[in-house]
Design a protein around this ligand. Structure first.
Ligand SMILES: [Zn+2]
Ligand SMILES: [Zn+2]
Length: 363
């Protein structure tokens, strides 16, 4: 069988269409026909060579939903159900070693130093090549944790669960107190920020404030958040005033960075109440250091500061459940649909923040 895929052969160059021939599959692996492939904000950085993990050549794309074409031998999903041709599936984009300290003792498999990720650090140089989602088909290796999906869920809508959605759920998983009654500020209104906003609202947060710079994205968020603040229209001081106004002058209980910019920490810590929690969920590639006053912003305020790195299979399952219970909201996030040959255009739309969520769709 032959499949086409968009390959990054050199950093900062357009992706090129290539064809791959798939013969015998490794025992226990699953060949899926791609139904939807999400264009993640980090793909823009990866294509420029800013992610230190990425080799070339590589088929980019780490968010995918597919329909099973073939199973080599037997494979069950994480619920123990047998996987068969025709099934719709989503999978954990990362493969961990199950042997290291983080996998076995700390039980934090997403921090496994040997983690391999589809479309990020698995090259298409060697067979079975199809290890990224900007492709007509993907080979899910035997170690991949797969989840069967209901055929009623739109693949283009649920594909967000595989990266942004799962990372959002990992961020919230690190909170030690319930969200009920809390005021949460989300910095950034990309797919990650909006996913977090919907999730915290559904988990009982009393007020959700989003801060963003794109009017198109803010107008989508407006429908389900309590306060949306445009950082191009309001100064940092004005934004802080708005947050203080609705929190009896205390500041937010939780602030979550989902802007992908380390600079956001400086404002975010300022919006937090004493004893609050700050989660850094959006920074995905190395960036310039920021000046940061440890005494005023962290110690004196008694703040909990938490970095969030990727996600695990349970976060994927939580994200799929959230999408399934809010299909109308998440459908609205998919503002742009492209064909496989238009991937470069899709990446440009994401880079210029014209698209909220861009998805590659296949016939
Ligand atoms: Zn991603
Ligand atoms: Zn490991």
């Amino acid at each position: 069988m032959k499949f086409r895929a968009m390959v990054l052969e050199a950093f900062k160059e357009p992706l090129r269409m290539r064809e791959f021939e798939i013969g015998r599959l490794p025992e226990g692996s699953v060949l899926v026909r791609t139904l939807a492939s999400g264009v993640c904000g980090s793909d823009v950085h990866i294509a420029r060579g800013e992610d230190p993990r990425t080799p070339v050549p590589i088929i980019l794309g780490h968010e995918g939903v597919g329909e099973v074409i073939e199973v080599a031998g037997e494979k069950r999903d994480v619920n123990g159900e047998s996987i068969r041709p025709g099934d719709h599936v989503i999978w954990n984009r990362g493969i961990v070693c199950r042997k290291c300290y983080w996998c076995t003792v700390a039980k934090q498999p997403h921090l496994c130093p040997n983690r391999k990720v589809y479309g990020i650090n698995m090259s298409c140089r060697d067979y079975p090549y199809l290890l990224g989602c900007y492709s007509e088909a993907v080979v899910l290796l035997p170690e991949v944790e797969v989840l069967k999906l209901s055929q009623d869920i739109d693949p283009a809508t649920v594909v967000i669960a595989s990266c942004s959605g799962a990372t959002a759920m990992n961020a919230l998983d690190s909170l030690t107190e319930p969200l009920a009654g809390k005021t949460v500020v989300v910095q950034g209104v990309g797919p990650l920020g909006i996913f977090i906003a919907v999730a915290v609202k559904s988990m009982g947060a009393s007020r959700v404030v989003v801060i963003g710079g794109s009017p198109e994205r803010l107008s989508v968020a407006k429908e389900f958040v309590d306060v949306s603040l445009n950082r191009r229209e309001l100064s940092e001081e004005e934004r802080r005033k708005k947050v203080l106004e609705i929190t009896h002058n205390r500041g937010a209980d939780i602030v979550i960075e989902a802007a992908g910019d380390s600079q956001a920490l400086l404002e975010g810590l300022n919006l937090l109440r004493r004893g609050g929690t700050y989660l850094v969920a959006g920074v995905a590639v190395p960036q310039q250091p920021i000046p940061f006053s440890v005494y005023e912003s962290l110690v004196f305020k008694g703040v909990t500061l938490q970095g969030v790195w990727v996600s695990d299979t349970r976060h994927l399952i939580q994200a799929v459940n959230l999408v399934a219970s809010h299909p109308v909201v998440f459908e609205k996030l998919v503002t742009h649909r492209f064909r496989l040959e238009q991937v470069n255009e899709a990446l440009q739309h994401v880079e210029e923040k014209k698209a909220l969520k861009a998805v590659i769709c296949f016939e």
